[in-house]
Design a protein around this ligand. Structure first.
Ligand code: MG
Length: 509
């Protein structure tokens, strides 16, 4: 489709033309990344990493092209005559150029070197449950991230500069405000769950093995039920499920089959489907432009959590799911829908984030946020992290790691240098719950009747079609009329975990 339809301003057209090379590089790198996680032979990693580094450096050079910056500044001066899409292009380009210019090449190279070693060392340290191996790397990584924050600049807190890399405009105080409300509310909900006894901490179906061929049929069937556009998307297998988009007409997701506890494969698929749908429903006229994809990690995670938890683990989804489970997996036939609902909604305060349920998950994120913030402020030293972690997780969830592999070494993120990323997971839950509220909450017709096509359209209208036209906070304000707050998430959790058990039949029937 011609870009002239919505991009009319001459300078904007020139920016988009220049941007196209940057887009094409990103397109190629996405494909290389997908291949790396799926079909690349193991020993291809070294060349692939070098190719990535070269292309990334090239991308940086193109972003820093003075001609491009000149055009962006020119367009900004004429902001009054731009439409929303055009202003979005200026906003995204200014931000991209600002970040690229702020971080010196020397720092990028140092970070790349340290993190590529750190990832290898982290794996070994985790397998040996030995923090001392990883400690010098964490020290360097924290130092590099602190330098980066100084280079990027911030108004209130150095951690703001890092948060902003993953979530445009997100500040430490936004995250603090969310957790100040969410943490005590979650603890209360957990206590109530325990005393009510409806949501189990373990379900026997979690121990059942399944046939992988049958599971592949099930996954295919679920996607057919979602009207997955096979001409625009693929589904493959990988060790860590993910979604990657090459463009609005080529979105790829992956799943993993562990052979036990079928809900794990099902919900990781439904999660990735939520990410994919966002990209599939971006206005195609925005393709190849700086605003032609999801706007931020938090909004993206909001889409995936919405499908995984609010649609997929909701009472409205159970009959739909059970029909497919019964057909392909079989042994679910002897469980009634309420049992299936309980199976997919176990709540278990535990040590490992990636296995956490939707109630306890945010406490895991709070712990990481708290530690990262302190590391960046310099009020916590990397050597103190394991002890701090163990004490804090015990205080939050009542469980204590037996070793550091179950504690501070469990996640790969810090070895990658990703500090400031974790809060976007909770932001996703916050966004998903806000969408749920605006969709009508417990009374939503779309959910109660499981009108999948209408749900997709609802999301497209409000969020997906815009791509990155509006900054995340502005998108939430415009499309949902909400600010960043834990309010809706707390209301959602209270409804689902405290009220719903008494009237579940109304919803499942
Ligand atoms: Mg995700």
């Amino acid at each position: 489709m011609p870009i002239g339809e919505i991009f009319r301003h001459d300078t904007i057209k020139k920016i988009i033309l220049k941007y196209k090379t940057i887009w094409a590089l990103g397109h190629a790198m996405a494909l290389m990344g997908w291949d790396l996680e799926t079909y690349m032979p193991q020993d291809g990693i070294k060349d692939r990493s070098e190719a990535f580094a070269e292309l990334e450096a090239l991308r940086q050079r193109l972003v820093k092209d003075p001609e491009l910056e000149k055009l962006v500044n020119e367009a900004e001066k004429d902001s009054g005559s731009l439409n929303d899409y055009e202003r979005g292009v200026v906003r995204v380009m200014k931000r991209t150029i600002r970040i690229a210019k702020a971080i010196p090449e020397e720092l990028i190279r140092r970070e790349a070197k340290v993190t590529s070693e750190a990832t290898v060392v982290w794996k070994r340290a985790k397998s040996k449950a030995n923090f001392d191996l990883f400690k010098p790397y964490l020290e360097q990584i924290v130092e590099i991230q602190r330098e980066k924050a100084e280079k990027l600049g911030y108004e209130e807190h150095p951690y703001d500069a890092l948060l902003d890399l993953y979530e445009e405009g997100l500040r430490t105080r936004d995250v603090e405000k969310i957790f100040n409300e969410l943490v005590p509310a979650t603890k209360k909900i957990l206590e109530a769950i325990r005393s009510m006894g409806f949501y189990p901490s373990h379900h026997p179906l979690e121990d059942r093995e399944y046939d992988i061929d049958a599971a592949q049929q099930l996954i295919r069937d679920i996607l057919v039920g979602f009207e997955w556009p096979w001409n625009r998307g693929r589904v493959d297998e990988s060790a860590h499920p993910f979604t990657i988009e090459m463009g609005v007409n080529d979105i790829r997701i992956t799943v993993r089959y562990e052979g036990r506890d079928i809900k794990r494969a099902v919900y990781s698929l439904v999660h990735e489907y939520g990410h994919a749908l966002y990209e599939l429903q971006v206005d195609p006229r925005l393709a190849h432009t700086p605003i032609g994809g999801g706007v931020s990690m938090g909004i993206h995670e909001g889409q995936s959590r919405f499908w995984e938890n609010i649609v997929g683990r909701g009472p409205w989804f159970i009959k739909w799911l059970k029909e497919r489970l019964d057909k392909h997996i079989g042994y679910t036939k002897s469980y009634d829908p309420v049992e299936i609902y309980r199976y997919v909604n176990t709540v278990r305060p535990d040590l490992i984030r990636v296995d956490a349920d939707e109630v306890t998950y945010n406490l895991h994120i709070y712990l990481r946020f708290d530690i990262e913030k302190k590391l960046i402020e310099g009020t916590l030293h990397p050597s103190e992290v394991p002890m701090y972690w163990d004490n804090k997780i015990e205080e939050l969830l009542g469980v204590r790691p037996r070793n550091v592999a179950e504690g501070a070494l469990q996640d790969i993120h810090w070895s990658h240098g990703s500090i400031g990323y974790f809060p976007t997971y909770t932001l996703g839950n916050v966004v998903a719950a806000a969408m749920w509220t605006r969709m009508g909450g417990p009374d939503s017709e779309l959910l109660r009747k499981l009108k999948l096509r209408s749900i997709r359209n609802w999301l497209k209208e409000r969020i997906h079609q815009w791509g990155a036209t509006y900054a995340p906070k502005e998108l939430l304000r415009r499309s949902l009329g909400v600010e960043l707050t834990a309010k809706y998430l707390v209301e959602y959790l209270e409804w689902k975990y405290l009220e719903l058990p008494n009237k579940l039949n109304e919803y499942i029937a």
